[in-house]
Design a protein around this ligand. Structure first.
Ligand SMILES: [Zn+2]
Length: 134
């Protein structure tokens, strides 16, 4: 199946520097896999193919996805956490992986890994947070 390969004469969206936006173009010549030269349908100018630029929307924060993943992780791990064994969080305390802590703001948390000197990553119901420790 090589039907996705564009051919000369095919319409293609490209960046036109004269129109200063992405416009419909017709492929004039093809290079190996990419159009080499295209003609703008709007201003009829022929120029080197430039891929259409991404719409300049304000960068959408993609934080939602990791949060969903972390929430799922929490839901999977939560039944195995014995809240009675959690110790109150203190940054002067040393924590090991799998230790349970009680944070005054975030609540119950599971230490998941040591991320650096005096830092551990803790999974809370709200998601993962890096916490200071001894
Ligand atoms: Zn143009």
């Amino acid at each position: 199946m090589e039907s996705t390969q564009p051919l000369s004469g095919d319409p293609i969206e490209a960046r036109c520097t004269k129109c200063r936006k992405n416009t419909d173009h017709i492929i004039i010549t093809m290079a190996e896999e990419e159009p080499l030269k295209v003609q703008c349908n709007t201003c009829s100018r022929q120029h080197k193919y430039r891929p259409p630029t991404a719409a300049r929307k304000p960068a959408v924060r993609r934080a939602a996805n990791p949060q969903v993943a972390e929430r799922k992780e929490w839901e999977v791990l939560r039944p195995g956490m014995n809240g009675d064994k959690a110790t109150d969080y203190s940054m002067t305390e040393a924590y090991k992986v799998k230790a349970l802590i009680n944070h005054p703001v975030f609540g119950l948390g599971l230490v998941q890994r040591v991320v650096g000197p005096q830092k551990v990553e803790v999974l809370f119901e709200d998601g993962k947070k890096t916490m200071r420790c001894k």
